[in-house]
Ligand binder design. Sequence first.
Ligand SMILES: N[C@@H](CCC(=O)N[C@@H](CS)C(=O)NCC(=O)O)C(=O)O
Length: 208
Amino acid sequence: VGPYTITYFAVRGRCGALRIMLADQGQEWKEVVVDFPEWMKGTLKSTCVFGQLPKFQDGDLVLFQSNAILRHLGRKHDAYGKDGDEAALVDMMCDGVEDFRLKYVKMIYQEYDTGKDTYIKDLPNHLDKFEAVLAKNKTGFLVGNKSSFADYNLFDLLLNHLVLSSTCLDSFPSLKSFVEKMSARPKIKAFLDSEAYKKLPINGNGKQ
Ligand SMILES: N[C@@H](CCC(=O)N[C@@H](CS)C(=O)NCC(=O)O)C(=O)O
């Protein structure tokens, strides 16, 4: 096992992308699973910088905020663009994925029953932005010609959306081929096929 430890609830949630990234980069990591009753006692929460999980340890470095963790891993594993300009574009794309993820999470946790259909109807207005970037770049990645943490983040969120609506990518050929290619990368495929991945629900409230 490498230097990495993820402390999180037993869900994919905000650790989906970073687990896929670690797997694809050939890294091993330790999982510390926190159950909700234990979390509610507040002891661990009081030690978390923003009172939330995930917590990520890289040796003595302790990090919170899932996107900061992705950036850290991007820097360490050469998945942050080839130069400063590409790094800026990777940041931009990751922030775009975060905006999209926040909308998804709001629908799942606050308005699943009343808002799911509208959310699905409105999805093309979010997907078309990523479709355009992939179609323009032509390499199969959001930025440059190799995978960055923004790709893993988008890939994870698209997998969630395919569970929500299996046909949602049908009119987005670049997104469809992006998901197919990412899914077929041998280490990602092995991870997605693993029990460790399959046993975890996507979200903490059982909605998907
Ligand atoms: N911006 C933070 C959000 C973290 C977050 O929302 N964590 C949730 C679980 S996904 C949490 O810890 N909830 C329990 C609580 O707030 O007490 C990130 O990206 O890591």
